[in-house]
Design a protein around this ligand. Structure first.
Ligand SMILES: O=C(NO)[C@H](O)[C@H](O)[C@H](O)CO
Ligand SMILES: [Mg+2]
Length: 365
């Protein structure tokens, strides 16, 4: 099989109503990726996820440097192609961020093509582990711009829909407000429901130690991204001294950085995201690294779950998956959560095929 064409795309899908966390304001989700055609008529789609900023830099990396290098290549040589692009001209200007996310999009498209050619959903092409469903937790009712009343209403509604765990954002200017909101949510949802909190990197070590300790009483599943993602020693200190597991990974870009976090005992839930590391090829390596340390993988959903549902279904130490439904409607086979569990996709491929009408409607480039 040979690649005959590779062209980037940028879609901006509205988020209604807009949401905030401690460091992001998102009015649209950026679906920036690549559509790859082959001489056997199989078309692959791969993409990375943004808050609809910087997409043009990712797209131009694909069009100017990655696409020309793909023409004529066999998609099944995916790992050789990964090395060639990773250590190509873009290596000099970036081993993370823009150039790495552009490679993620290309790599996902190649795994989409290979599994389509095999007539299998990616989770079966990789070798299935969970036979029919994977556990979900819902983030889409816990945003930092939600009023306390809306927070409580959404959290209880999501649990009534069958979710057994929900996540809320903290990181307000005054941590006492965070404490009050977490206390109110825990009171409203009862002691049985699972609850995670996500700081989105807003605290320093002093705030994290002080308020992490105070929040222990609410029996949290994890404390997510409490500090700057480059502060490994700080997260190690929190992992040692707080009685709540530390979760992070959505801002960790490659297997070496995950190695440092894992080897230094600075992470307990590994949230490796296929759209932030360079695709399926690198995601599998990080999941294997976590497995060697008996750590659970719970991916962040920069892809909004379409690809990660496959990866979690194929990975023994992947225990559950975040659910945010902002863009599911644009896909040929949208993620489907029923009674708190993702139903596994059946169509061949990585569930990245975008419906033409939405491709046109949301395309900005
Ligand atoms: O932190 C997260 N999940 O754990 C969310 O991805 C972000 O809050 C949203 O994407 C908004 O940028
Ligand atoms: Mg997060």
């Amino acid at each position: 099989m040979k690649i005959t064409k590779a062209e980037s795309f940028i879609l901006h899908v509205p988020i209604t109503p807009p949401i905030t966390d401690a460091i992001n304001v998102a009015t649209h989700w950026g679906v920036t990726g690549v559509r790859i055609e082959t001489d056997e008529g199989i078309v692959g789609y791969g993409y990375t996820g943004t808050t609809a900023k910087g997409d043009e830099m990712i797209a131009s990396t694909i069009d100017r440097y990655y696409a020309p290098a793909l023409i004529g290549r066999d998609p099944f040589m995916v790992r050789r192609i990964w090395d060639d692009l990773r250590f190509g001209p873009m290596h000099w200007i970036g081993r993370a961020g823009i150039t790495h996310m552009a490679l993620a999009a290309v790599d996902v498209a190649l795994w989409d093509i290979m599994s389509k050619a095999a007539g299998k959903p990616l989770w079966q092409y990789l070798g299935g582990h969970k036979p029919d469903k994977i556990k979900a937790y819902n983030t889409n009712g816990g945003w930092l711009n939600w009023s306390k009343e809306r927070l409580i209403a959404d959290m209880t509604a999501m649990l009534e829909q069958g979710f057994t765990a929900v996540k809320m954002k903290v990181g307000k200017p005054d941590p006492r407000e965070d404490f009050d909101r977490v206390q109110a949510v825990r009171k409203a949802i009862g002691d049985e429901a699972g609850l995670m909190i996500d700081v989105n990197q807003q605290w320093n070590i002093t705030t994290a130690m002080t308020w992490g300790k105070k929040l222990e009483q609410f029996d949290l599943i994890w404390l997510e991204e409490p500090l700057n993602p480059d502060d490994i020693p700080g997260h190690r200190k929190l992992a040692d001294e707080l009685n709540v597991p530390i979760a992070l990974g959505e801002h960790v870009y490659n297997k070496y950085a995950f190695r440092d976090y894992i080897a230094q005992g600075a992470v307990e839930y590994v949230q490796v995201d296929v759209t932030r590391v360079a695709g399926v090829t690198e995601w599998l390596q990080v999941a294997g690294l976590a497995a060697a340390f008996d750590l659970p993988v719970c991916p962040h959903v920069g892809d909004m779950g379409q690809i990660h549902q496959h990866l979690v279904a194929a990975t023994p130490n992947a225990v559950m998956l975040e659910y945010i439904p902002w863009i599911r409607h644009i896909f040929e086979e949208p993620i489907e959560v029923e009674n708190g569990f993702y139903k596994l996709p059946e169509l061949p491929g990585a569930s990245t095929t975008i419906l033409p009408r939405y491709f046109d409607e949301y395309r900005v480039k």
